[in-house]
Design a protein around this ligand. Structure first.
Ligand code: AHM
Ligand code: MG
Length: 334
């Protein structure tokens, strides 16, 4: 049987298709994979040391920060700042742009990341993950400043995520399909396990925090009631699956089909999830797998960010499900 490719081998082959590729991009993705392995090791031993538990501070979005969030954030910054591939970074855990120290060379890319999505789930042993976005620099001027970081998702060069769950998986796209790799702990390498992932055109799963249903706008409430009606011809009722780690709920629906919904509500009038660290990178993956991502009104990848921690309503997953949701939002229900 042919040996399966490692993540690095796969990226090198993919980059050969790009004339003029310098190896910088390959180096950057390898750096992200290294940081992911360091985070995976720490997550695996979370229950063992005093690293588990709240660190007592809150992040810029007002959420309680767990120690592992800080570990993941610092690991990504430490690994990525010295690689020479980046002009700047931004993290969900930090308020402003993260500069590359003068002692390291600056590169032509910027990276934005949610270091540990779903971190409120850690002490219950539920899967968590890292989400990342890679852009080219927007201009020659600022070195990794806001101009480089505030770019719409339609300019993403690559995005992806790593899940620290029952196994550690690395999923990414550079605009040529979506590929998934599983960490083989015996050799410390990510091995190609999900080549060219295609998400079902229509799913059977609804993932939403229905505890907020009474706070949602009418379109979202009507849509969820519709999915619960019984009609075998249209595959209803849908199954409900909501872990509360976006990256995990998204990954399951990507493989099996379904829709993840986090609409705006009366407490979070702009939605809860962050455009740059969560919605846009997952939207690029969803579209590359044949799915869609929408605010309910607009394509997520076309939303132009005006601030680093901007929130956005999110409906993401199988194309037919997201399109139907948009119809309910417009008041044009079937
Ligand atoms: P975070 O853990 O990076 O702060 O992300 C926010 C999380 C998502 O992973 C998840 O989908 C959502 O918040 C759950 O929110 P809620 O508890 O309101 O359902
Ligand atoms: Mg998150």
């Amino acid at each position: 049987m042919a040996r399966r490719l490692t993540l690095t081998e796969f990226i090198i082959e993919e980059q050969r298709m790009h004339p003029g590729a310098t190896g910088d991009f390959t180096g950057l993705l390898s750096d992200i994979a290294l940081a992911a392995k360091l985070i995976a090791r720490e997550v695996r031993s979370a229950g063992l040391g005093d690293i588990l538990g709240a660190s007592g501070s809150t992040n810029v979005s007002g959420d309680e920060v767990k120690k592992l969030d800080l570990f993941a954030d610092e690991t990504l910054v430490n690994v990525l700042e010295r690689g020479g591939h980046l002009a700047g970074m931004a993290s969900e855990e930090r308020e402003g742009p993260i500069p590359i120290p003068e002692e390291y060379p600056a590169g032509k890319y910027v990276v934005l990341f949610d270091p540990l999505d779903g971190s409120s789930n850690i002490d219950a042993n539920v899967g968590v993950g890292t989400i990342f976005s890679i852009f080219g620099r927007a201009g020659e001027g600022a070195r990794g400043g806001l101009e480089d970081l505030l770019q719409p998702g339609n300019r993403l060069l690559a995005s992806g995520y790593v899940i620290y769950g029952s196994s550690t998986v690395f999923v990414y796209t550079t605009g040529f399909g979506v590929h998934g790799f599983t960490l083989d702990p015996t050799i410390g390498e990510f091995i190609l396990s999900h080549d060219a992932i295609e998400t079902p055109e229509r799913g059977k799963i609804l993932s939403a925090n229905e505890g907020n249903l009474s706070l949602w706008p009418e379109g979202a409430r009507a849509y969820v009631s519709y999915l619960k009606e019984e009609d075998s011809a249209s595959g209803r009722p849908y199954r409900s699956r909501y872990v509360g780690s976006l990256v995990v709920d998204f990954h399951r629906n990507l493989l099996h089909g379904g829709i993840f919904l986090y609409p705006e509500d009366s407490r979070n009038p702009k939605g809860k999830l962050r455009l740059l660290y969560e919605a846009a990178p997952l939207a690029f993956v969803a579209e590359q797998a044949g799915g869609l991502a929408s605010t309910g009104r607009d394509r997520i990848l076309d939303v132009v960010p005006s601030s680093l921690h901007q929130r956005v309503p999110l409906a993401i997953g199988s194309a037919k499900d997201v399109r139907l949701y948009e119809r309910f939002v417009r008041g044009d229900r079937p």
